[in-house]
Design a protein around this ligand. Structure first.
Ligand code: ACM
Length: 503
């Protein structure tokens, strides 16, 4: 069994003799587009080491200067874009095909350092990096996590902390579920009551909250500095009670419902016949698209149980055209595949089970036949809001009961729908729905360690997946979570030899 300290498992890792010692006189070398990544590395190393490492950006050849960490963007000749990382006694070399993969190389380097590097206060060294040769590239280009900020709202600072956790695991997409029955969480200038009235509640009756445009931009920019793309979701035509409560004219009967603080689904629908609905969509999709530099806009489309088949298809036809007119590639939950009239290349997000139910496989085929690809999020494997065990306080159980770490690791995105292989799969995404979760500590607990399994499925080659090895590596790795003050579940999976809680 290969053990190594990097999560998710690299494609190729080979330990070498000796080690590199990071000291206060270690120099980081980088030029051009590698500089921002070098700056991120220097900042990441500072709290625990106390070293203010200098970045040397001189163009003249750097080859051979000792006590150097050199970051280079240039071809790696790997089968797909990735990075090479070598550590010897004199130098650490990181080479990647682009800045995004150089950033992933930095995450690997961080994990080669002692666990104490994750601390936020100065720790004693020595800061030894074991000799190593790594060549590595991801299986999927889209490696996502989703946060439902509608059922419970999460402040900008908490979203940033979650982005930091994602970056460590080489996840590169944050999908924000911004609207639902319980709350509308992004200010829209042309429809101000969406937030003035529609953001004042949450599940259980809390005070809700919303992102101003400046808040949202702060999240997007923080994500971008970690090479993470934000995908905004405006879930329509169902899951819209918050909007319907704010604007009576969006309701078929013209009467606004009361705000909703429960956790049922499938009871709300925008009016399908009224033109005002499409005016709303045009304004919202335009404003959200303008705020969002990433290529995607997620339209939801799930669980529209209060919308007839005929109405649903007409709505999706019009809504997708309006959304596409604002220049984004569309994503919809797999139900949207009921439509055979999607804009070319619309991406589906699968949220049925590891064994498909209710024609979910047919919906997947529909997206692919219409030129799209899939994001795989099977609920019984990768919905991080499912309970770890029935007796746990946090989480839900509707996806066939609890989801253990074993469940989270034992699935393959290309083995769910017959004929849907890696070529049809853009990537995977681990959602956290927040019916029972309203703070970062609980969010961390639900995510970790299952999100590490998700990251390994997203990044590492299929043939490298190995439960015994994974759990051993995770046990070795998890003190890093303690050092970073990340809460996690230690006990629910008997197969995971987690260390005892140090607190
Ligand atoms: C979903 O879980 N309704 C996408």
């Amino acid at each position: 069994m290969t053990t190594h300290p990097v999560m998710p498992a690299p494609v190729h890792y080979s330990p070498q003799n000796g080690h590199f010692e990071l000291t206060e006189s270690t120099r980081i070398h980088a030029t051009g587009t590698a500089l921002s990544v070098a700056d991120h590395l220097a900042k990441a190393l500072r709290p625990a080491t106390g070293f203010a490492l200098s970045i040397d950006e001189s163009d003249n050849a750097d080859a051979g200067t000792p006590n150097t960490i050199a970051l280079t963007i240039g071809t790696t000749a790997l089968p797909s874009p990735g990075y090479l990382l070598t550590v010897d006694e004199s130098r650490v070399e990181l080479r990647a095909d682009d800045a995004a993969h150089l950033f992933t190389a930095v995450q690997s380097l961080r994990q080669l350092l002692p666990t104490a590097i994750e601390a936020t206060t100065v720790q004693a060294g020595p800061w030894l990096i074991p000799g190593a040769e790594i060549s590595d590239y991801p299986r999927f280009v889209y490696r996502g996590a989703m946060l439902d900020v509608a059922r419970h709202f999460f402040a900008v600072a908490d979203v940033k902390r979650y982005l930091d956790r994602m970056a460590l695991l080489k996840l590169n997409v944050l999908h924000l579920h911004l609207t639902d029955d319980q709350g509308w969480r992004l200010h829209i200038d042309s429809w101000p009551d969406l937030t003035a009235l529609g953001a004042t509640t949450a599940v259980g009756g809390g005070s809700g909250g919303f992102y101003s445009k400046a808040d949202y931009t702060e999240i997007v920019e923080y994500a971008a500095s970690r090479f993470i793309t934000v995908v905004p979701e405006i879930d329509v035509p169902g899951h819209t009670n918050a909007a319907l409560a704010a604007y009576p004219e969006l309701n078929a009967d013209g009467a606004a419902p009361a705000p909703y603080t429960g956790i049922e689904v499938g009871f709300s629908s925008l009016s399908i016949d009224k033109e005002v609905t499409y005016q709303l969509l045009d304004d919202v999709f335009r404003e959200v698209s303008e705020l969002t530099p990433g290529p995607y806009l997620h339209l939801g489309g799930d669980e529209s149980l209060a919308t007839s088949d005929e109405d649903y298809l007409e709505f999706i036809r019009r809504a997708t055209r309006i959304a596409a007119s604002h220049g984004k590639t569309l994503i919809g939950w797999h139900e949207m595949g009921r439509s055979r009239d999607l804009p070319e290349g619309t991406i589906g997000q699968y949220w049925s089970f590891v064994t498909p139910r209710d024609d979910a496989d047919k919906r997947v085929a529909s997206f692919i036949e219409q030129g799209g690809r899939m994001i795989m999020s099977p609920a019984d494997a990768i919905y991080l809001d499912m309970k770890y065990a029935s007796e746990e306080a946090l989480g839900l159980e509707w996806a066939d009961g609890p989801t253990t770490l074993h469940d989270a690791y034992h699935w393959d995105p290309a083995a769910i729908v017959v004929g849907v292989t890696d070529d049809h799969i853009l990537g995977i995404e681990a959602p956290v729905w927040t019916e029972t979760i309203d703070n970062l500590r609980d969010l961390d607990y639900m995510a970790f360690p299952r999100i590490v399994a998700a990251a390994e499925i997203a990044w590492s080659p299929r043939e490298g997946h190995d439960w015994a090895g994974f759990t051993q590596r995770l046990a070795d790795w998890s003190p890093r979570l303690d050092a970073a003050h990340i809460n996690y579940n230690r006990v629910s999976d008997v197969n995971w030899p987690a260390p005892a809680d140090p607190k």
